[in-house]
Design a protein around this ligand. Structure first.
Ligand SMILES: Cc1ncc(C[n+]2csc(CCOP(=O)(O)OP(=O)(O)O)c2C)c(N)n1
Ligand SMILES: [Mg+2]
Length: 625
């Protein structure tokens, strides 16, 4: 198919590496390498394909993984820190290596973060019969375990013939750089096809730049929002991750201050307001704070910017209590913009916020000092309540006290990463992500085990300066500590802080709240009763960390923690700080409801009472469209 064009004879895997190495992204005139490198664990499915190609080409940095899921989490951490302007690829072998990436794919897709996944697949030619690790489906001869990637990918293809690469890879790049549609992009590579040669057109292998677009808001939609703002008495903004990916923080602040609109943040939107403004309400929803929730509860116009409006944000649609409340959805993704029956603006957050401010100011809109003052007073009450709760005291530190100490030692340029257990909620309530300190809270998929590899990926993006801290529970650490080895291997500086409360305590809290008893959520041995309610397990997490190549500290009080954080900041390698915390002590409640049902049938009067409470709470849920 040369048609007179120059061709280059390469294997499919070699063509992939050569192609990926010359793709760029561009936003606001800023060019970035689109695929910065490839994580991989080799097996028979990919070692002779992509393994050989990476070695031969030498143009795409290769990072050795410890667990395929961790590789994808690293890629997610990288993409988030790069604000989606650049991504990483991941290669895995046939069967279990590839299916291990599925949880990572779902995490990326749910969070709208770009990753390129290259799972190995069974032979296309079938000469060898069923290959090692092949699923043999009784009636679907072409079914592969990699079909499980389909629902968790934004784009899926299986390259059964070399020439399919010519259409597959450009489509993969287009989806990766589409702000509305990005997520996991999966291109499955049969083991034989990856090693097969083809005469690729030279034009296919030429450098190409993919624009990351900023769709403009429609003027009539902006005008409709301005007239809604004119009628509103108590407008409020919910800022999500879209603000951060769009790099619209300054525009958010300008709109908030220009028109006097308070801002609450979602998990992904943590740090969207970069100034400690009086209008910064902090976290919203189930793990938010009571001040933010009260302001949102009374708001008559909620501007939802760059948010998917998950149940944690809307308190399972029970948060917005004002009878005539209306919503504006500002989102690059039309589906998200339309949620809650909102007046939608399908546009880039930065462009939309700027347009609304400009049109609002020309229409004579201005802050209402009475409203702004009431927001400030509510915020102050909450900050006082929080400060009292996390003040020094007690024999064992609470997690809130740990976060306060970490906060006091945090500097501009530091990043904290969390994803599951109590850390995300407590950081949303308490962490101050202003003044150059940033936070990545993965709560779209809230995937235990995301934190350490994601911190490694973020470090790859951010370079060597500043602290990158993965803040995890002991349960999460036990699920996936091994990526520490990858950080050691790469000579990275990384700090892991483990809040050790001897169990899945945030789930135990939910269990006590919605069932009334404790079962299977703490790390305890089996007792003579036959249940896991014996002695707490005695685990040496510092020893685990040291065995993986990290330096370790065990802290039981504030002074020890402060010293460990200082020493870790000065240590160039991986530091792991294990902090003993109270088992069941959490920050002051958000006062928001969450739809987590109690069982409808139980002989236990305690559980029956929890069900009654749950049903009463459900009365607060509202339908908005
Ligand atoms: C992969 C995965 N499995 C299960 C869960 C459900 N889950 C959420 S939090 C949690 C407990 C985490 O324990 P730990 O890390 O010790 O944090 P703690 O709850 O004690 O703060 C579990 C099991 C999850 N979010 N992710
Ligand atoms: Mg725990």
């Amino acid at each position: 198919m040369s048609g007179g064009q120059e061709v280059v004879r390469l294997t499919v895997a070699q063509a992939i590496v050569r192609y990926l190495a010359v793709q760029s992204s561009e936003r606001d005139g800023r060019r970035e390498r689109l695929i910065a490198g490839m994580h991989g664990i080799f097996g028979h499915g990919n070692v002779t394909g992509l393994g050989q190609a990476l070695a031969q080409e030498g143009t795409l940095p290769y990072y050795q993984g410890r667990h395929e899921q961790g590789m994808v989490h690293s890629a997610i951490g990288y993409a988030r820190a790069m604000r989606r302007r650049s991504a990483m690829a991941c290669t895995a072998s046939i069967g279990p290596g590839s299916t291990n990436m599925i949880t990572g794919a779902a995490t990326a897709t749910v969070n709208h973060l770009p990753v390129l996944l290259l799972p190995a697949d069974y032979f296309a030619n079938r000469r060898q019969g069923n290959v090692l690790q092949q699923l043999e489906h009784a009636i679907e001869a072409d079914a592969s375990v990699n079909d499980c990637f389909r629902p968790v990918s934004r784009f899926f293809d299986r390259v059964m013939r070399p020439e399919q690469l010519l259409t597959s890879l450009p489509e993969a790049m287009r989806v990766l750089t589409d702000p509305a549609g990005t997520g996991a992009v999966t291109v499955a590579l049969p083991q034989d096809v990856a090693t097969e040669a083809f005469d690729f057109p030279g034009a296919f292998l030429e450098p190409r730049t993919w624009p990351i677009r900023r769709p403009l808001p429609a003027p009539d939609e902006v005008a409709a929002v301005v007239s809604a703002l004119r009628e509103a008495q108590r407008p409020a903004i919910i800022a999500g991750g879209g603000v951060i990916y769009s790099e619209a923080e300054a525009d958010l602040l300008a709109l908030a201050e220009g028109l006097g609109i308070p801002v609450a943040e979602t998990f992904a939107g943590k740090g969207a307001m970069r100034n400690d403004s009086d209008l910064l309400l902090g976290g919203v929803g189930v793990e938010g704070n009571p001040a933010a929730n009260a302001v949102l509860g009374e708001s008559d116009l909620v501007l939802c910017v760059g948010t998917r409006l998950s149940d944690f944000t809307t308190a399972s649609r029970s948060l917005f209590a004002q009878p005539d409340v209306r919503f504006v959805g500002i989102n690059v993704n039309a589906r998200d913009a339309a949620k809650l029956g909102a007046l939608g603006i399908v546009a880039d957050a930065r462009k939309a916020l700027r347009a609304i401010l400009e049109a609002g100011l020309s229409a004579g809109l201005h802050p209402d000092p009475g409203y702004v003052g009431s927001v400030r007073r509510r915020r102050e009450v909450w900050l006082d309540q929080l400060a009292a709760d996390v003040s020094p005291g007690g024999t064992v530190m609470s997690q809130g006290q740990v976060i306060r100490v970490m906060q006091e030692s945090a500097e501009a340029g530091d990043l904290i990463v969390a994803a599951a257990g109590a850390p995300p909620g407590d950081l949303l309530k308490q962490w101050d992500a202003t003044g150059g300190r940033t936070a990545h809270i993965e709560f779209g998929f809230s995937c235990m085990g995301h934190e350490i590899p994601a911190a490694i990926g973020a470090r790859m993006a951010l370079g060597p300066s500043g602290e990158v801290i993965a803040f995890v529970g002991d349960g999460t650490f036990l699920l996936n500590p091994t990526d520490i080895v990858s950080a050691v291997q790469e000579g990275q500086k990384l700090t892991v802080v483990i809040a050790d409360n001897h169990g899945f305590q945030v789930i135990r809290r939910l269990q006590l709240f919605r069932v009334g008893g404790s079962f299977g959520t703490e790390f305890r041995g089996r007792s003579p009763s036959g249940q896991l309610d014996g002695d707490y397990l005695s685990l040496d997490l510092v020893g685990v960390a040291q065995g993986l190549g990290a330096r370790g500290w065990h802290c039981t009080d504030e002074a020890e923690l402060r010293l460990a954080l200082r020493e870790a900041r000065d240590y160039p390698g991986v530091s792991v700080i294990v902090v003993e915390i109270e088992k069941q002590r959490f920050l002051p409640a958000s006062e928001a409801w969450w739809d987590a049902p109690a069982p409808e049938v139980s002989d236990d009067p305690e559980t029956q009472e929890r069900r009654r409470e749950y049903e009463a709470g459900r009365e607060r849920q509202r339908y908005f469209g």
